[in-house]
Design a binder for this molecule. Structure first.
Ligand SMILES: [Zn+2]
Length: 651
């Protein structure tokens, strides 16, 4: 996910018609220049001098003293108040003591109002002293709790802020049904702390139970054992028996119904979307089986989908047992289901074997991007596989053009920065390309065996980049010393750019379009003479994205009239076309532009369009559209784009 970006994939929008794949969102906005470095987390071991490399396994984005205490289980009891836009209630944390120093326990919070804290052992708990530390812009506010000597539990009474960074409250008119409000959370990367006080670090794994109290007409679902038969009575009980990192804690509440798709798969959605969603994603069960065949058993019992309202800022979020999905992939022709492949793949890479800190995100997203391509090949065949790979490669090249060296390193140094900044094509596409090179060198069958063993070896663990390198050295490198080279592997992971001689995935379906585009640009053929009959959305995107910076009014008009681009209902095609329209001030597309920017919450599309408007001297128009649309945007979308529009992002 991603928020300021999140995991994954594509297409948000009104209704997309064709295509699909799973790319990362663009990186989040850099913070304002001149800002001082973020305060260091509370643990003094984390005070690494800025000129030294970050320490492996240290989470620079959590205040929690995880070397003193490890939270193992959380019991939540929360009331969902749509009137006041707050969650309030109690979080009870069970933890293990890792030493007998009895230091105060430090938890992560952001914008939480803490009412009282109790601590104790077993059932007996007594009020204890607590205090809030200094607020940090990126990290939130540490909560310091003084513990009695034998305490192994704390219970915190609290409420969230109405503008909690990880919670979006939607008015009825922002939903499909327009009758009931809707709520969803997005915890990745460090937003769980905005709705639960906890050790908000991916290296800490917890099980959880929850009681969620909602208005009676609504249903609550979580990243846990959802019961579709549960009576809609306003009280819902959940249990998550498999240990997960905090960024996978997730809750949604709305007018939700359930429809099964297969033995282990089903979909939750608002009633008006339910049948269409279930039909669109009916292959989910076979995707699940295909993935199990290669990478080992699915270990989360059920795999259900939750269809969210269009303001969801990402394509999808891999919340375990219940992926959160944008409604805009319901295209009517299953063309966008690569998004599902991506979120499903996370059930192995990410949810089962998890990055220990945000520096290690490529372990989640690079592996998942690689797995997604493989699932797509299984389901859609070789040509689709090559197109996905080629587009991913192009996205990576585009990112490499713009990025500072430090941000091209897979094991990225994020000290003093917002971890949402790590979501670029580097962890996704560079990570995937690295694995693809390993596959090419040792052979697919051998590499599949390696991945299967890797998932088994580290199941339900959070690991660092260095853990992975060590494992690779002890396995694949030892088995194929003549084919692999430790130095080159280090270059992939710890150096900017792509090593010389890296694979360059290409697709004939794309390269055959290059001469066609050139001939049209040179006036040798007319648009209507181009045979686009069997083009996939991938090919449309490739054709449009390869256009020169400037086109003449006559050329724009010809493209639009012949191909109906302004009216395209595929969001990827519409986006590529609107980027061209904005660059060239092509007015006939501007009504559609406004509608697109207003109806969609996805940063992948909004950010480049707003930036393009601002950079081409159309900032006033950008402002007007943004001011009008922002009420419907997710808080993350508002933050990222207001930086662009109001010019305070330091660029
Ligand atoms: Zn992902």
């Amino acid at each position: 996910m991603l928020p300021r970006l999140l995991c994954t994939s594509l297409f948000v929008g009104t209704l997309a018609l064709a295509g699909g794949c799973s790319k990362s969102e663009p990186p989040a906005e850099p913070e304002a220049k001149g800002e001082t470095a973020a305060a260091q987390p509370a643990d003094t071991a984390k005070q690494a001098p800025a000129d030294k490399a970050p320490q492996s396994g240290v989470d620079y984005h959590s205040f929690a003293n995880t070397d003193d205490y490890r939270v193992q289980h959380i019991d939540l009891d929360l009331n969902v108040d749509f009137e006041r836009k707050v969650l309030e209630g109690e979080a009870k944390l069970q933890f293990k003591r890792l030493n007998d120093k009895n230091r105060p326990m430090i938890l992560d919070t952001r914008g939480l109002e803490i009412e009282s804290v109790k601590a104790g052992h077993g059932e007996k708990m007594d009020p204890v002293k607590f205090s809030m530390g200094e607020k940090d812009d990126h990290l939130g506010t540490p909560l310091k709790i003084n513990l009695p000597k034998n305490a192994t539990r704390v219970a915190i009474q609290y409420r969230t802020s109405p503008d909690a960074s990880g919670v979006q409250w939607l008015e009825p008119q922002q939903t499909a049904g327009k009758e009931h409000p809707f709520l969803f959370t997005q915890a990745q990367a460090i937003h769980a702390r905005s709705f639960v006080p906890l050790q908000d670090s991916p290296k800490v794994r917890i099980t959880y139970n929850a009681t969620i109290r909602t208005p009676e007409a609504l249903r609550a679902v979580m990243s846990a054992n959802n019961d579709p038969q549960a009576e809609k009575d306003g009280v819902y009980e959940f249990e998550m028996p498999q240990p997960i990192p905090s960024y996978l804690l997730a809750l949604a509440v709305g007018d939700l119904e359930f429809k099964p798709m297969g033995e282990r798969t089903g979909v939750y959605a608002e009633p008006s979307l339910l049948d269409a969603a279930a039909a669109e994603f009916e292959d989910t069960e076979s995707m699940l089986e295909a993935t199990e065949k290669v990478y080992g058993p699915y270990r989360w019992d059920r795999y259900d989908l939750l269809i969210l309202p269009p303001s969801f800022p990402f394509g999808g979020m891999e919340n375990p047992r219940l992926s959160f999905i944008t409604p805009t992939v319901i295209a009517g022709d299953k063309s966008l289901v690569a998004l599902i492949a991506h979120e499903l793949a996370h059930s192995w890479s990410g949810n089962l074997v998890t990055n220990a800190s945000w520096r290690d995100l490529w372990l989640n997203e690079g592996f998942t991007t690689y797995l997604t391509n493989r699932i797509m090949q299984n389901v859609y065949g070789d040509e689709r596989y090559r197109m996905e790979m080629a587009l991913g490669y192009d996205d990576l090249q585009a990112d490499l053009k713009d990025k500072d060296d430090r941000d091209e390193i897979m094991a990225i140094d994020l000290r003093g920065r917002d971890p949402d900044e790590v979501f670029s094509n580097i962890p996704y596409e560079k990570g995937s390309l690295f694995l693809y090179e390993l596959e090419q060198k040792v052979g697919r069958e051998n590499f599949d065996q390696f991945l299967l063993d890797y998932f088994n070896n580290f199941a339900f663990q959070s690991i660092t980049t260095e853990d992975f390198v060590k494992y690779l050295n002890e396995t694949l490198l030892k088995q194929y010393p003549d084919k692999l080279d430790a130095e080159r592997i280090n270059e992939w992971i710890f150096e900017p750019g792509i090593p010389a001689g890296a694979p360059h995935p290409q697709s004939d379906a794309f390269t055959k379009l290059d001469p066609v585009r050139s001939q049209w640009l040179d006036g040798e053929i007319a648009a209507q003479d181009i045979d686009t009959g069997d083009w996939t959305f991938h090919q449309w995107k490739y054709f449009l994205d390869g256009m020169p910076e400037k086109l003449s009014e006559a050329q724009l008009k010809e493209l639009d009239e012949v191909f109906g681009l302004t009216e395209s209902q595929n969001n990827e095609v519409a986006f590529s076309w609107l980027m061209i329209a904005v660059r060239n001030n092509y007015q006939p597309a501007y009504q559609r532009l406004e509608q697109f920017l207003t109806g969609i919450g996805r940063n992948k599309f909004l950010r480049p369009l707003y930036r393009n408007l601002v950079e081409t001297g159309q900032g006033e128009l950008a402002k007007r559209i943004f001011e009008n649309a922002k009420r419907g945007y997710h808080p993350l979308t508002v933050k990222v784009n207001s930086n662009i529009i109001y010019g305070d992002d330091g660029e």
